[in-house]
Write a protein that binds this ligand. Structure first.
Ligand SMILES: [Fe+2]
Length: 275
């Protein structure tokens, strides 16, 4: 994987190996279906890959670059214990997996050999990656690392959701956050957010189609130009939105989100031409 060999971030292979071994131990503890946990491991490595793309493009300092990759690798470390203990990935029904992840990293000592500034940045980014909004007073370096993880995370969630929602029904309740796949459950708040160019909130979701809309609104939540572009060019984003009903309450939000994807794609192509 390219992200592991980014010269500016140093060698992160020992961390990747530790993570794989940790995940393996959690699978061994699982008495039921460990599939959802395995999807989280796959997601983690994809997020690491996206973080590598962003780091390469943004040309951060070695300290920030390393913290970005380690935070991407560890951002969902709590998902395993969350699933084993509570059988869900919904924080509201269990625990905040960002804060919990930072506790696990400290408990396991897997950042003990890192320089103190890198360790602090990784712990902060893991703890805050899942917040609806970051604190205004967050230092710039911690905000930067957290935003890289958040963008990379969102880019792969598009893939996870598209792969699942393009597959056969019924959907796995864990993957769709236990939301009903019901045409009559529509969140007016989510639709309004989409039409006004605001990022929708998980708390307002009422159905799987609302979830598709929420994912589409993330385009406006991408922090870096390259991640915004990766989002707009993602076939997963396109399909998630295009598969919304073309008639009825979702039609306007669908058209609006598709238009925005197209606009960003055109802007990226014209900036390539200008370069
Ligand atoms: Fe997460």
């Amino acid at each position: 994987m390219e992200a592991i060999t980014l010269p500016e971030a140093g060698d992160i292979l020992p961390h990747v190996k530790w993570f794989a071994a940790y995940a393996g131990r959690q699978y061994d503890r699982c008495e039921g279906d460990d599939g959802p946990m395995r999807l989280k491991e796959k997601h983690t490595l994809a997020v690491l890959g996206h973080a590598g793309s962003i780091v390469r493009k943004e040309k951060f300092s070695p300290r920030i670059s390393r913290a970005c990759l380690l935070a991407a690798l560890y951002h969902d470390v709590a998902r395993f214990e969350q699933y084993l203990r509570y059988g869900t990935f919904r924080d509201g029904e269990s625990r905040n997996h960002g804060l919990w992840g930072a506790c696990i990293l400290k408990r396991e000592g897997c950042l003990a050999h890192e320089a103190v500034p890198v360790r602090r940045l990784v712990l902060a980014a893991v703890a805050m990656h899942n917040r609806y909004a970051l604190p205004a007073a967050l230092p710039a370096d911690a905000a930067c690392v957290t935003e890289v993880v958040r963008d990379a995370d969102k880019l792969d969630i598009l893939r996870v959701m598209d792969e699942h929602l393009s597959g056969p029904r019924p959907y796995c309740p864990t993957v769709v956050l236990n939301l009903p796949d019901a045409a009559d459950k529509v969140s007016e708040k989510v639709l309004e957010d989409a039409l006004r160019g605001r990022v929708a909130a998980y708390a307002d979701l009422r159905s799987v189609n609302d979830f598709r809309v929420l994912l589409g609104t993330w385009l406006d939540d991408m922090h870096f130009a390259c991640s915004r572009r990766l989002f707009a060019e993602s076939p997963h984003a396109l399909r998630l939105i295009a598969d919304l009903p073309q008639k009825g309450p979702y039609a306007a939000a669908r058209a609006c989100l598709l238009r925005r994807l197209e606009t960003v794609r055109r802007e990226s192509m014209s900036s390539d031409g200008a370069a």
